[in-house]
Every structure is written in C-alpha cells, then in structure tokens.
Write a protein of this length. Structure first.
Ligand code: NAD
Ligand code: MG
Length: 384
C-alpha cells in the first residue's frame, strides 16, 4: 500500500488530495497546515496519521489538547512541518502549502529522499536551482501537480530525445479580467478578482490568476521542471480550460493533454505515475464543450507575465525577489490596501530592493524575502 504525507492539507489542493488518497486507499502518515486546528483535528481523526503539525504555535497547543485521546503526535512551527515532510513511513509527499513558506518543506522532502508531488510552485520559483540540484543529488523525482505542468509532463511521456522538443505551450484561462482594458480595471476589488471563471482555488492563487502573475510563476516553474530555456515557453490564453497545456516537437507536431478543469486528475497522476487508474473526475463531453478558443495574452494590461519572464532571464535570486514582492502585494490587495493597476510597478519596485546573486542558499532566499517585503511596505506607505 502507498503511504503519503500531505503538507497544506486544509487548503484547496490539500483537501482534494485527501479525496484522491481516500479513493485510492492510501495510508496518510502526516498532515500539516498553518493554523486551522478544527479542520486538522477532523482530518487527523479520519486519516489517523502518525504526525501532524500546525505552523502557528498557539493553534498547535490547542490541537494537542483536542487530539490528546489519540496516538497522533502534534508538532508545531516550521520545524514541525519539516519533520512531517520527512516522516519515515511516507514514500511520496504532496507539498500543497501556499507561498514561499513551502520552500523549507520542499527541501526537507527531497533531503529525506522521498518523491515530491509538488503543487507549491513558489518553492520552485524562489529556489529553482537549489531545489532541482538537491533533487538530482538525492535522486528523487519532482512530480508536478500544477495542472499545466502535469499536462506538459504527460505530453512528454514517450518523448524521443531532448533535441526533438521545440517548445512548451502553457495555456492560461485569462482569469476573471480577460478582455478588460487598463482603464476598466482601475477600480476592481479583491472581491471582483476572486471570481474565477473556471477553477475554484485558494485566495492567493486566484488573485495571481487575475493579475496573470500566476502564468509568470508557471513559466518559471516550467523552466525548472523541464530544464528548458525561458524562450522555449510560449503562453496562449485558452478560456475554456480544457486543454491544460501542450508541447511542440521539431516536426511541428503538437501534443496536448485535455480534461475537465478538476485538480484531482493531476493530483492523482502525480501519485500513481507512471500508472493510470479510474478517477473521480467525469469525462469530457466534447459536443457540449463545442468549441475551444485560443488568444494571444494582452501583455500590456497584464504586465506581471513579463515581469516574471525578465526575472528568470536575469536568473539567480531575481525570481525569488519578484515572488516575494508579489506575495506581499497579493496579501495587501486582498486587504484593500493596494489598487489592482498599481500591482506590476509595486512588484518591480519591491523586487529591485534585494541584491541579486548567481548562486544562493535557502538562507539567502529568506534574506531576499525579508528585504523585498519591507521594501514593498515602505513603497506603499510613501504612496499613502
Ligand atoms: P490554500 O490557501 O487553499 O491552502 C494553502 C495551505 O497551506 C493550507 O493548508 C494552509 O494552512 C497552508 N499554509 C498557508 N500558509 C502556511 C505557512 N506559512 N506555513 C505552513 N502552512 C501554510 O491554497 P491552494 O489553492 O490549495 O494552493 C496551494 C498551492 O498549490 C499553491 O502554491 C498554489 O499555487 C498551488 N496550486 C493550486 C491550485 C488550486 O487549484 N488550488 C492549482 C495549481 C497549483
Ligand atoms: Mg496552474
């Protein structure tokens, strides 16, 4: 029987991972979350893991009391999460933590020699070189959970040789503001941005989809996962979210992966790879989908895509810096403290505060994060 651990088990990907794990009959050895003790208690009673961890120390104390009649070990803080990430009985660990808080857990999974099913794209964006080099050194695969990257991974199965791959075509839904002009976006709020047309996801990634920063993160994610040059990654807007991404070979043959927009397909594939099994997701009814449309992204209105492209072109810590700036600004936008159209300039300004360096450690990434976040906060207070 397969044994897994789920980091970020209370979130959108985390709860869908539990659904997949239960349907496949997997044992769950560890669960972690930020602070939702009620939900983690329910999950722990259902799945009987060996260990659980909450990042928040007080919430962990509360959970320890709630679970005192069980054998579940309750841990806390980043150290507790990393201990769960390395739980000895698990063979695969799903990292579905949101944000660069997922970096140390990603490294903990890899250093423990476990397969990493990665939804937490921010850890790969912030620490791409570090993460992929550690994975290579430890001989562990990184199995993509992000739907586009799962699609590309699926399209690459049976690839003749690296030279035959011409490009990767990432599809983007375009988010809730597709087709809008800059002036129409002047007064949009977080509530408007949270209405995603096709996917139901956590708040941070939903805002990132509205700014299309998410597609920039995914471009960087693709570069690291598939070892391609950034110039080999094209982006096309596909409103229906049925084609999850494509690869084009030297002979101009394009292979695509299609399915209904439901994350349980890529989650399950990351857990069963290279095998496939029946899934809880329905089949596509092509006649009712009727048509699939494709558009060039509006790079002038959605400037975050090219901010990420420049960052990966620069390399080193530049992707970490734009990622941290975006995390901070994303939160402030959700709190109503930043205007939608100010987001791209604020990201650029915040990210430029940190010095770049070619090779780096996890501590350097944390230092960049600190510098950038405080630069964002002072840029915003100057605007007030
Ligand atoms: P979410 O907000 O619904 O859940 C996030 C999880 O991380 C929660 O369990 C939360 O408790 C935990 N968490 C948050 N901050 C933490 C911290 N500081 N320390 C430890 N744990 C913390 O997010 P989500 O939508 O499930 O997204 C998770 C990741 O998967 C993100 O990186 C996102 O980009 C990626 N992803 C999500 C989707 C989706 O459909 N939701 C699709 C593709 C990729
Ligand atoms: Mg995606």
């Amino acid at each position: 029987m397969k044994t897994i651990a789920i980091l970020g088990s209370t979130g959108s990907i985390g709860t869908q991972s539990i659904d997949v794990a239960q349907k496949r009959g997997y044992k769950v050895a560890a669960l972690t979350a930020h602070s939702n003790a009620e939900l983690l208690e329910r999950q722990a009673r259902l799945l009987k893991p060996e260990k659980v961890a909450l990042y928040d120390e007080n919430a962990a104390k509360d959970l320890k009391i709630k679970l005192r009649d069980t054998n579940v070990e309750v841990l806390s803080g980043m150290q507790g999460i990393c201990e769960c990430a390395a739980v000895s009985s698990a063979d695969t660990v799903i990292n579905s933590i949101v944000g660069m808080a997922g970096l140390r857990p990603t490294l903990a999974v890899i250093n423990a020699g476990k397969q990493l099913a990665l939804a937490n794209k921010e850890s790969l964006v912030a620490g791409g070189k570090l993460v992929t080099e550690s994975a290579r050194k430890n001989g562990v695969p990184i199995l993509p959970v992000d739907s586009e990257h799962s699609a590309i991974f699926q399209c690459l199965q049976g690839k003749p040789s690296n030279r035959a791959l011409k490009k990767i075509i990432l599809t983007a839904s375009g988010g809730p503001f597709f087709g809008k002009t800059k002036s129409e976006l002047e007064n949009v709020t977080a509530a408007d941005a949270l209405k995603h047309p096709n996917w139901s996801m956590g708040a941070k990634i939903t805002i990132d989809s509205a700014t299309m920063f998410n597609k920039g993160l995914e471009l960087i994610e693709a570069v690291w996962l598939f070892g391609v040059e950034p110039s080999m990654v094209d982006i096309v807007v596909h409103r229906e979210s049925i084609v999850h991404s494509m690869v084009e070979y030297d002979d101009n043959a394009v292979i695509a992966q299609l399915g209904l927009p439901d994350m349980r397909i890529p989650i399950q594939y990351a857990l069963t790879y290279p095998e496939r099994y029946a899934s809880p997701v329905e089949e596509i009814d092509f006649a009712s989908v009727a048509k699939l449309t494709f558009y060039k992204p509006d790079y002038d209105t959605f400037r975050c895509i090219n901010i990420c492209r420049s960052a990966i072109d620069k390399g080193g810590l530049a992707p970490a810096a734009v990622n941290s700036a975006n995390e901070e600004i994303n939160r402030l936008f959700r709190e109503g403290k930043v205007r939608f159209n100010d987001i791209p300039d604020l990201i650029t300004e915040g990210a430029s505060a940190a010095p770049n360096m070619e090779s780096y450690t996890a501590d350097d990434i944390d230092e960049t994060d600190k510098v950038v976040r405080s630069a964002v906060l002072s840029a915003i207070s100057r605007k007030d």
